[in-house]
Design a protein around this ligand. Structure first.
Ligand code: AHR
Length: 694
């Protein structure tokens, strides 16, 4: 038996009915009734340094610990358990090792005398006591889970070195881990006595692609040399200097993202003020950036992925920046009240905005021009903080938000200011809402915006919503088909409510699937050192973002299949175990006894432009469903169209680094379309029906 409901009422309590087949779901789409216009910022990306998203991820740098500050992991390092203090001795130094081969001999040490610059307080000193002929003495970097070698590829090495009295040269090699084969080499014939920058090209031949390589700088004479900073880049997306990994950028480009929310997330806030994202430390020449310990997620950030790189990323993919500024509150609760202490951060935010959007006559716009980007970036959105609902002191965020809001609006009246939780003392332009859920919870809430009050929730509430982080958390490291289908249910709800939901982005975006790299399970795109893949949830995002038109259409469904909803046991955030979770409020109620409820198993939305209608049909039920579509309000409808379908044999099916294409959308031609037609969608599937007409 099936039931009949208007989409906006899907969640009203009713008799419990389970998924069935055999009946027809009726869908009425009124193409002449436009309920919303899709905002030009609807589909975007959220990003931060988590799961080695940039270090060993999108940011293409291959040398790990290029300024010799990162220490060996906390567990192995009792002297420096929080790893925030730079390495002092080579026993603490992570990812560098001494090379002594075929009888060559030497030693390496960290040397704090006469370093390259204040950002790199220690240089790596190599003392060569014995080397000749085939012998090798040098320093090796093991990269981010290896150095990726590809055939016929040119790598760009850059390093600072000096050689007080050293008579020899330096060989740079991309060397197999067993030291037997160099995939590419290049030489500096003679080192100068003072710090000098050396740049080399290393070209591989017809080698087998592999990550089983390291980068070696070796010497050919006895003596002493110092290295101040070492970098190695493979080819980057659009050949950008200090740029991005092409395979992940191509996956992102296919998502057609309209904005980028950065730099966090928890990464923006840090555990303390000292470890927040401080934009001033992330700009300028890479060898002058101090880097910082990303204590929000527990690893070192070189800050090679700095403010200008986020903006360049926006340029590369034609995205609008949505800049989150630090709001005087850190994850461990360190915070300041409005007044002189907060003013420091308000001023910093204004300067950061100027760096992004000021012209070259402004102080910080001039700095950006000096850094290589004379043209200002178009900036329309600034978010104040991140998840400030975690600051439970009454009025605290309100006060902090007000200080930022007033200062931003005074200098940049056109900027839209986003609050991270409800505030009352000012009316933000947009409020950012985050939700991480299990699949039943995501589906249960998928229609929630249908009944959200229009025009604001109370006098001071803003009219617009930014869903700045959301995900169905089923699957690790990346979501499976079950998660993707619940995500699609959510996206249909967001799309139907595009009159109030103006932006949304999934989080987290990236996970490096190498051992030890993941801090947060269920991430959209996975990669290792060599390759990257999109999860089923990635494909759901890609499908929705690539098949959407300007006008959101009136849509109503009847005869829906239902299933029983059982509230999951309380666990980590979004039901995923072992993840951080907001501490329950002091007055939190004991969770209610699980209550079975009926929840719909199908979800829909439709959009239209001058030539096509896109109908999204999400079927969570375990059986195929017949859908009768009544499409009114068009003058003509072509009988032939297309379907794009994501489904698989099991909802547990997923993509992985070893099986990257298991669950991917399939496009098919369809016929028999018109004002009245019936189609059957597969069990557990996402279908987009593209109908030509006007
Ligand atoms: O997306 C992972 C984390 O979830 C973000 O850093 C934070 O904003 C949220 O709690």
């Amino acid at each position: 038996m099936k039931t009949t409901v208007a989409l906006g009422l899907l969640l009203t309590a009713g008799p419990l009915m389970l998924a069935q087949t055999g009946n027809t779901v009726n869908l009425q789409i009124k193409a002449d009734q436009v309920t919303a216009h899709m905002p030009p910022t609807f589909h975007g990306l959220m990003t931060e340094e988590i799961n080695y998203a940039f270090e060993g991820g999108l940011y293409a740098e291959l040398i790990r610990n290029r300024s010799f500050k990162e220490t060996v992991p906390a567990r192995a390092n009792r002297q420096n358990p929080d790893q925030s203090t730079p390495a002092k001795e080579t026993k603490d130094l992570a990812h560098w090792s001494l090379v002594q081969e075929r009888g060559g001999a030497g030693s390496m040490a960290l040397d704090t005398a006469a370093p390259l610059n204040p950002a790199v307080p220690a240089s790596l000193k190599l003392t060569i006591s014995q080397v000749s002929g085939e012998q090798r003495v040098g320093v090796a970097n093991d990269g981010f889970w290896g150095i990726p070698v590809r055939p016929n590829t040119t790598y760009k090495a850059m390093f600072y070195a000096k050689g007080a009295g050293y008579a020899g040269g330096i060989t740079a090699s991309i060397m197999s881990n067993d030291g037997a084969t160099a995939a590419a080499t290049a030489q500096v014939a003679k080192l100068g006595d003072g710090w000098q920058k050396y740049e080399l090209s290393l070209k591989t031949g017809n080698v087998k692609a592999s990550a089983d390589y390291k980068f070696v700088l070796s010497a050919n004479r006895p003596g002493t040399v110092w290295f101040g900073f070492v970098s190695l880049f493979p080819p980057t997306y659009k050949n950008r200097v200090n740029g991005f990994r092409p395979d992940t950028m191509e996956l992102l480009a296919a998502m057609k993202p309209q904005f980028l929310r950065f730099p966090g997330g928890n990464y923006l806030e840090g555990n303390t003020f000292d470890t927040r994202f401080n934009f001033k430390n992330t700009i300028g020449p890479i060898e002058e950036r101090p880097g910082h310990f990303d204590d929000a997620w527990g690893y070192w950030s070189s800050d090679g992925m700095g403010l200008l790189e986020y903006l360049n990323w926006c340029d590369d993919l034609n995205m609008e920046p949505v800049l989150a500024v630090f709001a005087g509150y850190s994850l461990r609760g360190q915070k300041v009240k409005p007044g002189p202490e907060l003013d420091v951060f308000v001023k910093e935010a204004i300067e950061e905005i100027e760096y992004v959007s000021g012209d070259a006559t402004t102080t910080w716009g001039a700095r950006r021009a000096k850094d290589g980007h004379p043209a200002p970036f178009k900036l329309r959105y600034v978010e104040v903080g991140n998840e400030d609902n975690f600051d439970r002191e009454k009025g605290s965020y309100d006060g902090r938000f007000t200080a930022f809001y007033d200062a931003i609006k005074a200098k940049y009246p056109a900027l839209q200011v986003i609050a991270t939780t409800d505030v009352t003392s000012r009316t933000p332009d947009v409020v950012d809402e985050h939700y991480y859920r299990g699949s039943d919870d995501m589906a249960l809430n998928a229609n929630a915006f249908d009944s959200r009050q229009r025009g604001g929730r109370g006098a001071a509430a803003p009219p617009k919503v930014f869903v700045g982080e959301w995900a169905t958390r089923v699957g690790a490291p990346t979501p499976n088909l079950e998660a993707a289908i619940a995500d699609a249910a959510n996206m249909a709800g967001l799309e139907r409510n595009a009159d109030i939901v103006m932006m949304n982005c999934y989080a987290p975006l990236f996970v490096n699937v190498n051992p030890g790299a993941m801090q947060w399970t269920t991430d959209l795109i996975g990669y290792d050192t060599m390759t990257a893949y999109g999860s089923p949830a990635y494909w759901a995002q890609q499908m929705f973002a690539s098949h959407v038109a300007d006008s959101v259409l009136n849509i109503a469904a009847s005869g829906l299949p239902y299933r029983e909803y059982v509230q999951p046991a309380r666990g980590g955030r979004g039901g995923a175990p072992g993840q951080q979770q907001a501490a329950p409020a002091a007055n939190a109620l004991v969770p209610p006894t699980p209550m079975p409820r009926a929840m719909p198993d199908m979800f829909f939305s439709a959009t239209k432009d001058s030539g096509a209608v896109y109908v999204n049909i999400v079927n969570r039920s375990a059986v195929p469903q017949q859908v009768h579509i009544a499409l009114s309000g068009l003058k003509s409808i072509a009988p032939n169209g297309k379907t794009i379908t994501l489904s698989s044999a099991s909802t547990n099916d997923t993509n992985s680094i070893t099986d990257p294409h298991k669950v991917e959308p399939v496009t098919a031609d369809v016929s028999g379309l018109g004002p009245d037609f019936t189609r059957t969608v597969p069990a557990s599937s996402i279908t987009i029906l593209e109908i030509k007409g006007n």
